[in-house]
Design a protein around this ligand. Sequence first.
Ligand SMILES: Nc1ncnc2c1ncn2[C@@H]1O[C@H](COP(=O)(O)OP(=O)(O)OP(=O)(O)O)[C@@H](O)[C@H]1O
Ligand SMILES: [Mg+2]
Length: 278
Amino acid sequence: MTIERSLAAEGVTLGYGDRTIVDSLDLRVPAGRVTAIVGANACGKSTLLKAMARLLTPSSGQVLLDGKAIHRLPTKQVARVLGLLPQSPIAPDGIAVSDLVSRGRHPHQGALSRWTSADDAAVARALEATDVTHLADRPVDELSGGQRQRVWIAMALAQETDVLLLDEPTTFLDISHQIDVLDLLTDLNRERGTTVAMVLHDLNLAARYADHLVAMAQGQVIAAGDPGDVLTEDTVRRVFGLDSRVVPDPLTGRPMVIPIGRHHTVAEPEQAQTVSHR
Ligand SMILES: Nc1ncnc2c1ncn2[C@@H]1O[C@H](COP(=O)(O)OP(=O)(O)OP(=O)(O)O)[C@@H](O)[C@H]1O
Ligand SMILES: [Mg+2]
């Protein structure tokens, strides 16, 4: 069982050089829940996630892990508690899958402690959970985009942290593997209390899997809370500048966004029915 950990940003300002990307942003990642962050390209999602993982220092404000300023905690201590899957991770040239996933165990190795059977077991579990056991001996740079993405997820899982931050974990994955990964994160959350926060571009999957949904635009949080309250036609317009219909997902009742676009008009209800039954 993991410890349910909370993570929060308080008034954080983030940027690169003298360019500000995120300005005085407040964000709450509730302990033991699944949070999804959605927003348009370049609005600052990855920048925010990097700061939450202590890889980027805010120019003002702070990130709190269990109420303590994360930038004052030792790196290794943070790495044992919090794992990050970055948006575009880079593997060392020629590294084999099992070696890369094993690197997820580094935070658990002390200066003197050796690799143990517990480390082997954690790596094997992570490979199995992400359906890449059969690729264990292959070089990472020879894999398909989706296989590689699953290997990176395996590395993050092998770290066995109480908090898992994932930047677009479902990118490159076919629909079945997208669902596998999101189901897997839900299992971790429900069975071990892992606090999960992830950036997703698929609004419908975000609404389905998140307990807490955060919509960002231009470095600000526009709306946050229950997906049913956050994911409205108005939010989609404000965040993406896109007209849409939001209807209940027939399976779960969660919001489902149907984009409109320039080439499709809204059909009369009878017409839409006819089409759907053809
Ligand atoms: N290392 C960097 N140096 C300078 N500018 C950067 C750097 N990383 C990101 N930016 C800029 O910061 C802004 C926000 O980028 P960020 O990666 O946080 O966006 P995002 O919301 O994750 O977008 P996407 O959906 O495309 O991944 C962009 O304008 C980007 O060009
Ligand atoms: Mg990004």
